[in-house]
Ligand binder design. Structure first.
Ligand code: HEC
Ligand SMILES: [Cu+2]
Length: 350
């Protein structure tokens, strides 16, 4: 065999091995962005459609391959065999092979178009959640409850919640594959996405449109809670922060927070004295009132797998752009002591 032919074969085999290797990732906990495990009615609808189309395509493939093999074997050139009968123009055959594919395409088109319409927009009665894309994190607001949080979209299980999505800067896209397909977040427009999970659970999401340097670090979570737990979560989020007692380390951290520029970008709701901290709009960062109630932060990329929250926070506060290139949270040149105090303060902000 020619050398280049052999190389081609080896490369093909390697390519196939890589491709198959990717399938094994599906079972790993870390590869949670799989669309093979629908966990709600909308994702299930998409999954059903996918399998229907796949099965039809597999049937067509099998038919073509079998027909090809039969023809190749039956009409192969044998010594002494006479040439098979030559046909030209068979109206019946041509009608059949036009009508059958047309029927197959119609079988696919009708449920596809129906699903596209059914999956677009929300039930008008469903709970509204506003999702705003920022480079590189998701802001999550509940207008009915006056809640402002980040990166973790909390919904009640077994009910539809409606994401009303927009962007503060460039195009983003929200994709929680266990619950739905992808949909754009467009500056100056609102798009809707219905989110529903059958059972309580935590689902991974990712920005699915390239949006700048840290696009790959713009993730999110959907946390579906049992309805009673959801109510409890709402009530806890509605509370203003409890300020730490004077003289404690958390209090020292609060002093750093109000004196080191954090409040230029981060809101923090406190009761009474001093009132709410609301930064100028131009420098919007996540609301930190209940920071510690979120299990992930900084676009749901921290803490990294296996890292403690404290280590992750320390890394983040020391130099955000080194964790997320291009981050709009600058390195504020904090001392180690300031960072320690801030961590205690933030981790008490439940
Ligand atoms: C110039 C604006 C700006 C300033 C000043 C700033 N931040 Fe941030 N901060 C941000 C932005 C933007 C993000 C979101 C970054 C991301 O996820 O990509 C962020 C994220 C965070 C987060 C993660 C929040 C979450 O839930 O994802 C924490 C904690 C935080 N900042 C703390 C602080 C502290 C403490 C200070 C003061 C020492 C501070 N920030 C100063 C803009 C700022
Ligand atoms: Cu993005």
């Amino acid at each position: 065999m020619a050398k280049s032919g052999r190389l081609g074969r080896v490369l093909t085999l390697l390519g196939l091995a890589l491709l198959l290797g990717a399938c094994s990732l599906v079972e790993i906990e870390d590869a949670a962005l799989t669309s093979w495990k629908p966990a709600g009615p909308n994702a299930e609808r998409i999954d059903d459609l996918f399998w229907m189309v796949f099965n039809i395509a597999a049937g067509v493939f099998a038919f073509v391959v079998v027909a090809l093999i039969v023809i190749v074997v039956r009409f192969r050139d044998r010594s002494g065999a006479k040439e098979p009968k030559q046909l030209h123009g068979n109206a019946r055959l041509e009608v059949v092979w036009t009508v059958i594919p047309a029927l197959i395409l119609a079988t696919i088109a009708v449920p596809t178009v129906q699903s596209v319409f059914d999956l677009t927009g929300c039930d008008p009665d469903s709970m509204r959640i506003q999702l705003t894309g920022h480079q590189w994190w998701f802001e999550v607001q509940y207008p009915d409850y006056g809640i402002d949080t980040a990166n973790v979209v909390v919904i009640p299980a077994g009910e539809e919640a409606c994401l009303e999505m927009t962007s503060d800067d460039v195009l983003h896209n929200f994709w929680a594959p266990a619950l739905h397909g992808k949909r754009y977040l467009v500056p100056g427009q609102f798009t809707e996405l219905r989110l529903e999970s059958y059972e309580p659970g935590e689902f991974w999401a990712h920005c699915a449109e390239y949006c700048g340097l840290s696009h790959s670090l713009m993730r999110a979570r959907v946390l579906a809670l049992a309805p009673a737990d959801f109510q409890a979560w709402v009530e806890a989020q509605q509370q203003p922060a409890v300020l730490p007692a004077e003289g404690t380390q958390a209090w020292e951290g609060y002093q750093v927070f109000v004196n080191k520029g954090c409040t230029q970008c981060h809101s923090y709701r406190v009761d009474g004295e001093g009132g709410n901290i609301v930064p100028a709009d131009a420098f919007n960062g996540p609301d930190l009132t209940h920071f510690a109630s979120r299990n992930v932060f900084a676009g749901a990329v921290l803490p990294e797998y296996g890292e403690s929250r404290e280590d992750a926070l320390r890394r983040w506060l020391a130099d955000p752009p080194s964790v997320k290139p291009g981050s709009y949270m600058p390195n504020l040149a904090l001392t180690a002591e300031e960072i320690d105090n801030l961590i205690v303060f933030l981790e008490e902000s439940r």
